[in-house]
Design a protein around this ligand. Sequence first.
Ligand SMILES: [Zn+2]
Length: 229
Amino acid sequence: MNHAINKMLAIAGAVALAVGCECIFKCDKYEKPIDVGNRLSMNFISIAPFFPNDMEYTIRESRHMAEASGIKKNAYSMTMQPDGTDVYAKPKLCAEAFGKLREALKDDDIIPGILIQSTVGHGWAGAVTCERDWAEIINIKGITLHRMCMLDPNFREYTRTMIKMLAEKKPAFFLIDDDLRAINNSDNGPECFCPLHLAEFNKRSGRQYTQEQLIAKIKTGAWNDPDVV
Ligand SMILES: [Zn+2]
């Protein structure tokens, strides 16, 4: 499991801010949505380390963080992009561990939610990648980024199942990280130009572009060119 990222987040004391989203703060631990007052008020959420193979430490750190910071909403950070060949092993492990965590905290004032720290993957160097033969994102530079293409039906089914497995453990809320930003993934530029996306583009537009032609068109096309717009 991605302990390094979890530790970084814990050390940095990262705090996520969510504005006016009381509707998501609902779980069977509470009979009604948590009152956050004015809809424009801020909710402070701690990004909490999550070690499914060391729940004793995870629970101890949860209590320590809540007491030290005064922030009671914990988003347990889980890197959920598909990994390895048995892609459902990680969601199963995390879901079972989260269920135990939730049970252990039921008498605490901590509100446990889940941060899906990655869905398609951030594409960082050295990141563990899916070992299934699923489509990966190709960016406007023609580089394969080891991020999962959102159009791949296998990946979509994985994502649906993964969220369902976690949701069954009734987290108080989900936060979804920003690795889904295909319009501009950091300095990698727009995505995705994989064969699946190219076929979909050509089908919808009635064109027959190759990957290189479409990329060139987007880079050099006039602002009012309908293919670019
Ligand atoms: Zn694609």
